[in-house]
Structure formats: structure tokens, C-alpha cells
Design a protein around this ligand. Sequence first.
Ligand code: RM4
Ligand code: MN
Ligand code: MN
Length: 434
Amino acid sequence: MSKAFADPRDANYIASANQSHAAALSSDYVALGTQLDRRGINIDDVTRAVAEFKVAIPSWGVGTGGTRFGRFPGAGEPRNVFEKLEDCAVIHKLTGATPTVSLHIPWDKTDDYVGLREHGAALGLGFDAMNSNTFQDQAGQPLSYKYGSLTHTDAAVRAQAVQHNIDCIKAGAILGSRALTVWIGDGANFPGQSHLGRAFERYLESTAAIYKALPADWRMFIEHKMYEPAFYATVIQDWGSSLMAAQALGPKAFCLVDLGHHAPNVNIEMIVARLVHAQRLGGFHFNDSKYGDDDLDAGSIEPFRLFLVFNELVEAELAKAPNFKPAHMLDQSHNVTDPIESLMTSAIELQRAYAQALIVDRKALHEYRIGNDVIMSAQTLKRGFTTDVSPILAQARLKKGAAIDPVGAYRQSGYRAKCGEMRPGKQSLGGGIV
Ligand code: RM4
Ligand code: MN
Ligand code: MN
């Protein structure tokens, strides 16, 4: 017999799940409000700003990920993009923070983009940046990307990769997307394998052809990654390369910062500040990592680093930095958790970092900096980080009709078990990223 199931996307279900938490939240919120009031901060202003914060769900994140050593499939994984949207809707209804989905083509390819857009709309979802995949070969593809795509030595392979990106733009235009994210795995495994300078020149030439196909109101995000799959040299390996490319391409090209794509210990918030200055910060792929991965849940390893990134974003927001409209996207791979739980938690961790950055006493910080009071500058900044803003986040969700306790409400609904019954059969046991 199947277990009890309640649709976690149903407003009445969420309201009833909230009942047992409402009294505690209300008293925690009042207590935090009193504390912030003493610091001259109106808690409701912060709650309103947090409620406005949005982050896109990567369609590839709702399936169970894997490493090259193996993959352990989860129950009821979505089998196609339509089912992926169903799961994304659960995340959005319970957190109120994820109204859009970022697709990856051809993983999410369909011959019915109009139907997909309608399916999204019916679930309350829109479409964020399109992602092109030229780092894998697909069945029936004429030419191989084994030795590269947009930077391949063979012009015909480059043309095929350019065309794929243009196809992604066309699909995105039907869906209502307004951006294309280009990440390529091109590079070399051996010194000598590739001419480092010419590979970059080929990149610029190929991306210029893609850039030309962008509709007027679209942006192109260039995503760098230090290594993997190329282990010796990657063509777009750092923000210097992505910035040079963006500047060469034109005003619609921006740099995308994936938090997991840097050398260990790199000061990412510094990169963010520089890209804001250059007016080329396009957006983020949020995740976390300890060593060399780009897969762990945002804020799970280094929440202080995440806070420092948001601190730069808040600075830029307050300074009304020109051309500052960063896209927020998650990009994670969930190997050992339920992807829905990880994605909900990650979206909330971003809001947490944002709220912590918002409550920093900026005026005091400025004065301490100017006066070179190092200890007080550091303490003023850190005070935002050490404040438990959870009641603000929960209150923002409650106000939007989302769940006070998203993971609890999700577990209680029995959604995953229900998916296990309704979606038999996607049991690929190989390795790979998704
Ligand atoms: C890459 C990069 C891209 C993502 C793929 C799946 O490492 O982060 O953004 O599309 O992984
Ligand atoms: Mn990424
Ligand atoms: Mn990545």
C-alpha cells in the first residue's frame, strides 16, 4: 500500500504545515527585531529585501549526480525536462525563492518548447539562462568534441559548436529566457598539445559568431573554470580570460562566476569587486567546495566566504553600480542527498548570506575603514555574519505563502516516495556528472 501523500505545491498543505511553527517564529522574529532595532535596522525592511531575492534552479540539479567513479541513483528521479519542472515547482512553492529554471541543451532538448513554456507557466515557473553543452558528444552528432568545440583546430567542428549555441538561443527565445551561458571544457591535458594563444583566438572568433545571433535584449555569460575536464590548461580558465573575451565581444557579454571554478583559497569576493568595477559581472553559479570540486551545496563548507561575496553585492547595490544586474543561479551536483532538499537548503543559504550582508552597519564600517580602525572594521563586518537571521528568512517565506520549514514540509508530504512510484525506470548506474 502506498504511503500518505499530500502535494507539497498545494497552498493549503503548506499553510497547514506552517501551523505548528507559526508561534515560535513570531516570537523569534520579535526578539530579533528588537535586537536589530537597537542597531538602527528595521527588520521588516530586511525581510522585504530577502523576499525579493531570487535564484534559478539548474535543471540538471534535480537529478542525482555522480562522480566519474559511480552514481547512486535516487528514487523517483525526473526522467525528462517536464518532470524536472515538476520538482523545480516543489522547490519554488516551499521556498518562494526559485521562480525560474535554467536549462541545459541538449540534456533538456524537446521538440515542444511552446508546450514546455506552458508547462512551466502552469507550475508558476519561468526560464532563466540557457546553457549549451559542447563538452559531450550526443548520439547522431556528426563531428566529435573529443579535442574541443568552440576552439577546435578543425573549423567544421567549431561551426557545429557555434550552431548548437545558436540553437540554444532559439529555444530560449521561445521559452522567454534572456541569456545564454557558455561554458566549454576545451583545453589540453599535456603541455604541447595545444597552442595556448591560438586556442584563445579561435574562442574569440567562435563566440563572436554566437554573439551576433543574440537577440537585442539578451546577455551572454562567459563562464570560466580553472580545470576539468582539461587537466593541464583550460582555454577560459580564469576571470582574466573571461573578462578579456567579454570586453572583446561587446556590451552584451558578461563574466559568470561559478564559485567552484577557482584555485583553492582564491579570494572570490575580490574577483566579484573587480568585475563590478569593470561593469561585466553577469552572474553566479552558486555552490560550495572544499578542495577541487564545484558540486557541494551553497554555504555548506564556507558560509563566511559566501557572506563575503554577498557583502560585495550589497555594496554594489547600495552604490548603484552601473550595469549591475547579476543573475543568480545554483550549479550543484547532489550525489548523496535528495536533490530537492539540497536545492531548497542552498537557496535559503543564499538568502541567509544576503540578509547577513544587509544588516551590516555600513556607515560605521565606512568610518572605521577611513579611520584605519582595523579591529572595529573587521568586527563590524563580522557582526552581520554572526547574527542568526533565520527568523527573517522564515518570515519572508511565510509572507509569500511558502513554508516556514521547507525540508520538514517536503518530507512530511511524501513527495519523493510518490515520485518513486510514478517514475519508474531511470536507473543509469554509470559515472558522469548527472
Ligand atoms: C560545468 C560548469 C557549467 C555546467 C556544467 C554541468 O562545470 O559549471 O556551468 O553547466 O558543469
Ligand atoms: Mn557552472
Ligand atoms: Mn562547474
